[in-house]
Design a protein around this ligand. Structure first.
Ligand code: URA
Length: 237
């Protein structure tokens, strides 16, 4: 990749800002001072700016504990989005949310630059399990568990059979394999127990890292990334 493109992707400099950095001799590639934006950076090269090594990984994988009140979107003209909670480098690398949580839903949200992985994880045919904790109005009971297991008709479609565990009269743990618009809220609404609060605890093989405060994020480790690839039916080099 060209050096100017790399620096722009990493959010270090615009193309013109890059020229300044290079002219000033502030950028080294594998120890050699680079003078041109066209400098071809080999894969795995050590690139330093002012002597500090840059993190040149193009693919990033994040877990966020999404707080209530922000949109799951890459950008929005009026409202704050999950991307606003991340350092700008993630947006310039092309990070995007994997699927979507409603504005008032909290909990585990994955974000990645890896479009193919994201696409496969949310593909309807893939049926990746998602686990939600729902605080509802009224008391859940066995008939609700059975309704979830049978597949709830929602008007425009019938939800696939889902697992409902009752944690407390007003708290259920729902495991669903689809991700249609407002699906979990609609399922609880259909059994007469409207959702007051919804929090995602699991996405496929990954659980919400409870050490993350709402709004915090962390990079996934290699094992977690490999588990996601496996869930997506993809090979991870
Ligand atoms: N189902 C919903 O109803 N809302 C969410 O945010 C996620 C799943």
């Amino acid at each position: 990749m060209r050096l100017d493109k790399l620096l722009a992707r990493l959010g270090e400099a615009s193309r013109s800002g890059c020229r300044e950095l290079l002219r000033a001799g502030r950028v080294q590639v594998n120890g050699e001072t680079a003078r041109s934006g066209a400098y071809p950076v080999p894969e795995g090269a050590v690139v330093t700016l002012d002597g500090k090594a840059l993190d040149c990984r193009m693919n990033r994988y994040l877990m966020m504990n999404k707080p209530a009140g922000v949109l799951t979107a890459r950008e929005d003209a009026w409202q704050s989005t999950v991307m606003d909670l991340l350092p700008p480098v993630y947006a310039s690398l092309g990070c995007m949310p994997v699927g979507r949580l409603d504005k008032d839903t909290t909990g585990l949200l994955l974000l990645t630059t890896d479009g193919e992985l994201a696409h496969r994880l949310i593909a309807p045919a893939r049926h990746v399990d998602k686990v939600y904790e729902a605080k509802v109005e009224g008391a859940l009971d066995q008939t609700d568990v059975e309704a979830f297991a049978a597949g709830i008709p929602l008007g425009d479609f019938t939800a696939l059979p889902a697992k409902l565990e009752i944690l407390a009269p007003g708290v259920g743990l729902a495991t669903v394999r689809e991700g249609k618009f407002h699906q979990v809220k609609r399922m609880f609404g259909a059994v007469g127990k409207p959702v007051k609060e919804l929090r995602r605890l699991r996405f496929g093989p990954l659980s919400l890292d409870e050490t993350l405060s709402p709004g915090d994020y962390r990079e996934l480790n290699d094992e977690e990334i490999a588990a996601l690839y496996a869930a997506a039916g993809m090979k991870h080099e």
